[in-house]
Design a protein around this ligand. Structure first.
Ligand code: ATP
Ligand code: MG
Length: 347
């Protein structure tokens, strides 16, 4: 029996409300969340405090997007009866744990995190990194551990965060001389990083290269039409490359007809299949995938009070769980407590 099967199966993931969720979220994380909500205790966190770390001047936009992200969850099929959906800024224990954890990670270690390094470069923060941004891996450690998560379904970019989380967990457990926190394991799907429609390594809200769940049929077609294929595949009769060809990566992720796709790949490699035909197939598949999500989303958007209720109830439940973990960590570390100690009288 593995260590994991002995511990309760608790799942935590989250998304930053920096914009609408997109196909990268589905491939990297949401698809697994839909599966895990039937078998695990699952929490999903709308990470609005983390979104502020690189959007400090736009708190109102972040606040508006909290509801938009919740709408995306519900439209995709995250079921509030099975998954607790909660809001980071309304969970004070997460902020307290972050402050504690910052003492158990060095600045040098934070600077070495390869995902943070890459994001600093992308955002042009090299000369002036917001302190909150540099420290966000500690905040993510707080999120994961506060829920006592053992499994974190994420895209590949999040692997360094889980590694850093577990380093903090081990350090605190060593100090407490008992397992006050549990280590977490990342669950990364076979396509761990969906590339952007512009061919860049990752589809991302902040890079403007995403297809969102609310994209219209025309927007989907236009985005697919602009995608890069094999630069040497100039005419339909030329042999083409499938590896590194973004259109085929998307087909790998969304085309359920694996035999048909294998035939298409073979024909493309031999020569005789035009890019336009492959793109038409992809656009049709993506539209068929997104259309029902888009429709559900539009319907749900008419009932915002329902969405607020889902967030309120989920956050209330999460508050209890996270506050309990904070109490355990403080006690484990032996921090001062105002609870009277038996036999000790204050004059
Ligand atoms: P931002 O640009 O604001 O950072 P994002 O598009 O990177 O937004 P996040 O909210 O940071 O999205 O990521 C939430 C989750 O979705 C993470 O688990 C991340 O790994 C996953 N994810 C996001 N984009 C992709 C992608 N292109 N491929 C695979 N997984 C992804
Ligand atoms: Mg991100």
């Amino acid at each position: 029996m593995s260590a994991l099967s002995k511990t309760p199966k608790i799942v935590l993931t989250g998304d930053r409300p920096t914009g609408p969720l997109h196909l990268g979220h589905y491939v990297g994380s949401l698809k697994n969340r839909l599966r895990l909500q039937d078998t695990h205790r699952q929490y999903v966190l709308v990470a609005d405090v983390q979104a502020l770390t690189d959007n400090a001047d736009a708190p109102n936009r972040i606040a508006r997007n909290v509801v938009e992200v919740a709408l995306d969850y519900l439209a995709v099929g995250i079921d509030p009866a099975k998954t607790t959906i909660c809001v980071q800024s309304c969970l004070p224990a997460l902020a307290e744990l972050t402050m504690l954890y910052l003492n158990y990670v060095s600045v040098a270690r934070l600077e070495r995190n390869p995902t943070v390094k890459e994001e600093i470069r992308q955002r042009g923060f090299e000369r002036d990194v917001p302190a909150g941004f540099a420290c966000y891996p500690a905040a993510q450690a707080a999120d994961i551990t506060a829920f006592r998560a053992t499994l974190v379904p994420v895209g590949e970019d999040q692997l360094p965060m889980i590694e850093q989380t577990n380093e903090i967990v081990r350090r605190i457990n060593r100090l407490a001389a008992t397992d006050v926190l549990v280590e977490a394991m990342a669950l990364v799907p076979p396509i761990g990083r969906l590339p952007g429609t512009d061919g860049r390594a990752k589809m991302s809200k902040s890079l403007g290269n995403a297809i969102s769940f609310s994209a219209t049929a025309d927007e989907i077609r236009a985005a697919v039409r602009r995608m890069y294929t094999d630069p040497n595949h100039l005419r339909a009769c030329d042999p083409g490359m499938v590896e590194g060809n973004v259109v085929f990566t998307y087909l790998d992720a969304f085309d359920d007809d694996s035999d048909g796709l294998a035939e298409l790949k073979a024909a493309y490699c031999r020569g005789g299949v035009g890019d336009a035909a492959v793109k038409r197939r992809l656009a049709d598949i993506l539209e068929a995938f997104i259309a029902p999500i888009r429709a559900r989303r539009r319907h749900l958007a008419n009932d915002r009070s329902y969405v607020y209720e889902v967030l309120r109830a989920g956050t209330e439940a999460a508050d209890m769980v996270t506050a309990a973990t904070l109490g355990t960590v403080k006690a484990g570390l032996g921090l001062f407590s105002l609870q009277p100690i038996a036999g000790c009288r204050v004059a």
